[in-house]
Design a protein around this ligand. Structure first.
Ligand SMILES: [Ca+2]
Ligand SMILES: [Ca+2]
Length: 169
């Protein structure tokens, strides 16, 4: 964590936000609308060889009084991507589970915590060509590399180097 603080500070300065001091140690906020976020790299065995399935990711957040992050604006997406890119410098590239799935009804994407549907007109940040997995891919993640942390639908099973972003207020 010690190496982490200066990076957080620089990012928060860049966006003109101060760090949200009400967050627990290790959690961050760069936007009041996002509350406190934890990029939970210690879940599911950690970054050294571990990784979560979507349900494990959800449960990892629930066990600390949080839920998988929901992203409702371009500003929120940008904040989260900036932090994910900063973490690449520390951990190498990782994918991140978010709180969005179409497990209940194919093609009907639902934010799990707020139970709000991703209907037309709502903010979304799908990568080019995503979602493309129909009934084989029912859970959403932010993917590094060519998707540049835009969203993709993926199979909900265990994935190496894929971790939750947890959120709470
Ligand atoms: Ca699907
Ligand atoms: Ca996909």
């Amino acid at each position: 964590m010690a190496r982490f603080i200066p990076i957080l500070f620089l990012i928060s300065q860049a966006f003109g936000h101060s760090l949200y001091t009400q967050c627990p140690p290790g959690w961050i906020s760069m936007s009041p609308s996002l509350g406190c976020l934890l990029y939970h790299t210690e879940a599911c065995g950690g970054v050294q060889g571990g990784g979560c399935d979507w349900i494990q990711a959800t449960e990892s957040c629930q066990s600390i009084g949080a839920w998988l992050v929901e992203i409702h604006s371009g500003d929120e997406q940008n904040f989260i991507v900036t932090m994910a890119k900063a973490l690449e410098l520390i951990h190498g590239p990782l994918d991140w589970w978010i709180g969005l799935n179409d497990l209940g009804n194919e093609g009907n994407w639902l934010w799990q915590h707020s139970r709000s549907n991703l209907t037309s007109g709502k903010f979304s940040s799908w990568g080019l060509g995503e979602p493309n997995g129909t009934y084989l891919e029912n859970c959403a993640a932010m993917s590094y590399g060519s998707l540049n942390y835009r969203w993709s639908d993926l199979g909900c099973g265990k994935r190496a180097r894929t971790f939750p972003i947890c959120q709470k207020f």
